[in-house]
Design a protein around this ligand. Structure first.
Ligand SMILES: [Zn+2]
Length: 633
């Protein structure tokens, strides 16, 4: 979708649990000094092997037993370092630190959102295999009814699972081997009980029947019954940020995707329905409705499942084996035929940098919709008015956005970043949005050159607030703020220039999209990949940019010894290399948190930091240094 303290290091151990260490692995439990609550999403870092681990929703983390020292960091807590030799317990209690409180923590997370955002035991006990959704959409009554056959494999013995559906719907029945199951509704969660324990490894199927009037909610309305400009029905879904459970029952979370999905959507016969995947059947029904059967042959996010019902006409193209299919309202066909010509060269650029289109079996589609756009997998929705820019505006304000259609380029970028590579938790949504925003600039670089790409990325600086960290609170269904798009892409541009070797960078980007193709993962997995692939320790850089709202500050001072420079940042020992023009010669500086000096340089004007390559704050603090010297006198 679109949109300073130096830390002392100390640690506290609890002596209440027995010490556990299982051969190859070592288990830790991460707790907060505040009410001894477990901490999810703490980053445990083994610097010697450059490996990061993340504590799970039970606060547990299993690390390789080889470590001697571990650094542990968690939002709103003072970082600590532990040594294996002096470790007396597996319980690590981190000191809650008010200095790290930011507004996102002050948000109230409703029970509904926590229920939605938590990958709890009644979700984790099963692995989704398939959805087979049959739905009748009645525009006149604004009413939907149908059933979803949900097939899954049990991962542990249990007699309950959680399925999600908005509470405004009626559940007709939930069948299991043709008998009705009992269930309890708790807000939007449906806790289903089986007559006996389902055993680990067994393949099961339930058939969930429901009906009701879907509510219009969220940024794009989620499920809207609209009319096109000729007065014909136009019905669309777009529910990222609100939950796909707003219109159909499913296990509504991100870590687990079905392997494939069938959608059997019946609509009045003067309309068509376009969804993800391939149209495998069109069945004219006796009552004036027609059923469109779409089959998806790839794993798919719940929020990528969509309906698009309207007076659609089709045109298409191919790119090698890949089909490019376009569905637009009849009256907009000519405009679309012109504007959608951008899709093919874009696809060539994206495949060059990110690898083959991930969903060839399902094809690529652009489907006109009454909102700006959404990355529905293999069925990108488009509502940018068939004009360049973003809703005809120069989106990054530097004269480049008007060269292309922002929605085609951005939403299609999500086929790689979001649909193929998917974050497990909303808190890590920069994996979707920062990378997809970066994809825009990759397109710009391939089509118009490096200098336009750098200009385009830096145009995003205007939109960054630096008010909240890019990584939000875990497991609460909270979508982080827009900095994950704009600051996120500036962060990735910074990484590129830290690597400082374009050939290696682009090979690394392709290796990243290949290694995580169709996978669901966390930020620590991205860090581990970068550390390993580029043979460099990115931990402090990831920490500063993703977990803090402030930028690292490069301080410069001019005094009698020359020009001095150092980093000031939230992260202890921050040491990111940068390039600068010094006396008109491009050199690499390796600033640390200690002052270093360029002795032969007597004028700050002779030092030009490459601020378009690194998103940093550069501060001349010479006046402070002078005041400091004066006060010392
Ligand atoms: Zn997006």
């Amino acid at each position: 979708m679109l949109p300073i303290k130096s830390l002392s290091i100390f640690c506290i151990f609890m002596l209440c649990s027995s010490f556990s260490c299982f051969g190859e692995d070592f288990r830790l439990d991460i707790l907060s000094s505040k009410n001894m609550k477990i901490i999810e999403g703490a980053v445990v870092y083994d610097k010697s092997s450059r490996t990061a681990y993340r504590s799970n929703s039970a606060g547990k983390v299993v690390v390789s037993n080889d470590f001697t020292e571990l650094q542990i960091k968690a939002k709103y807590h003072t970082p600590i370092t532990i040594n294996k030799d002096s470790l007396s317990s597996n319980n690590i209690v981190m000191q809650h630190n008010e200095n790290f409180l930011t507004k996102d923590q002050a948000l109230q997370h409703s029970k509904k959102n926590i229920q939605w955002g938590t990958y709890g035991p009644l979700r984790a006990n099963n692995d989704l295999l398939n959805y087979d959704l049959t739905l009748r959409v009645d525009p006149e009554k604004k009413f939907i009814s149908g059933n979803n056959k949900i097939r899954f494999k049990m991962l542990s013995d249990d007699n309950k699972i959680q399925i999600d559906l908005y509470e405004n719907f009626t559940i007709e029945k939930i069948l299991y081997n043709n008998t009705a199951l009992s269930y309890v509704r708790d807000l939007n969660a449906v806790i289903i009980t089986f007559p006996q324990t389902l055993t680990k490894g067994s393949i099961e199927e339930i058939d969930f029947h429901y009906s009701g009037k879907p509510m219009a909610t969220g940024r794009f309305g989620c499920f809207t019954f609209k009319k096109d400009n000729l007065g014909k029905d136009w019905i669309n879904t777009a529910c990222q940020g609100s939950g796909s459970m707003v219109w159909w029952p499913n296990k509504d979370q991100q870590p687990d995707e079905v392997e494939g999905m069938t959608m059997r959507i019946s609509v009045p016969s003067d309309l068509k329905n376009i969804s993800s995947g391939r149209l495998i059947a069109t069945n004219v029904l006796a009552d004036g409705f027609t059923e469109y059967v779409w089959q998806t042959y790839n794993p798919i996010n719940n929020y990528s499942v969509s309906l698009n019902i309207g007076n659609y006409v089709h045109f298409g193209d191919t790119l090698g084996e890949l089909t490019l299919d376009y569905y637009v309202l009849e009256q907009d066909l000519a405009k679309a035929q012109k504007q959608f010509q951008q899709a093919k060269p874009m696809m060539v650029s994206y495949q060059k940098y990110f690898g083959e289109y991930p969903f060839i079996e399902d094809g690529y589609k652009l489907i006109q919709a009454p909102y700006s756009g959404m990355e529905h997998q293999s069925a990108i929705t488009y509502g940018n008015g068939f004009t360049n820019g973003y809703l005809a505006r120069d989106w990054t304000g530097v004269g480049i956005s008007m060269k292309f259609d922002f929605i085609i380029i951005h939403e299609t970028g999500h086929e790689w970043f979001g649909n193929s590579l998917t974050s497990n938790d909303f808190s890590d949504s920069w994996i979707h949005e920062a990378w997809c925003t970066y994809a825009e600039s990759v397109y710009v670089e391939d089509q118009f050159g490096y200098s336009d790409a750098i200009k385009y990325i830096n145009g995003y600086k205007e939109k960054v607030t630096n008010e909240y960290a890019m990584i939000g609170p875990s497991s609460v269904g909270h979508w982080p703020t827009s900095d994950m798009y704009f600051k996120g892409t500036l962060f990735i541009n910074t990484l590129r220039h830290v690597v400082n070797d374009d050939e290696k960078w682009w090979a690394g980007v392709k290796a990243y999209t290949t290694q995580f193709k169709k996978k669901n993962f966390y930020t620590v997995d991205v860090l581990n990949f970068f550390n390993q692939y580029f043979d460099y320790d990115f931990e402090k850089i990831f920490d500063q940019y993703l977990y803090f709202n402030e930028l690292p500050q490069l301080q410069l001072v001019h005094d009698s010894e020359g020009v001095k420079y150092r980093w000031q940042s939230n992260v202890d020992g921050f040491d990111m290399p940068i390039t600068a023009d010094v006396a008109q010669e491009s050199i690499q500086l390796k600033p640390t948190t200690d002052w270093q000096v360029l002795p032969s340089i007597q004028d700050l004007n002779q030092v030009k930091i490459a601020e378009d390559k690194y998103y940093i704050q550069v501060s001349n603090i010479s006046h402070l240094a002078k005041e400091h010297l004066l006060s010392n006198n």
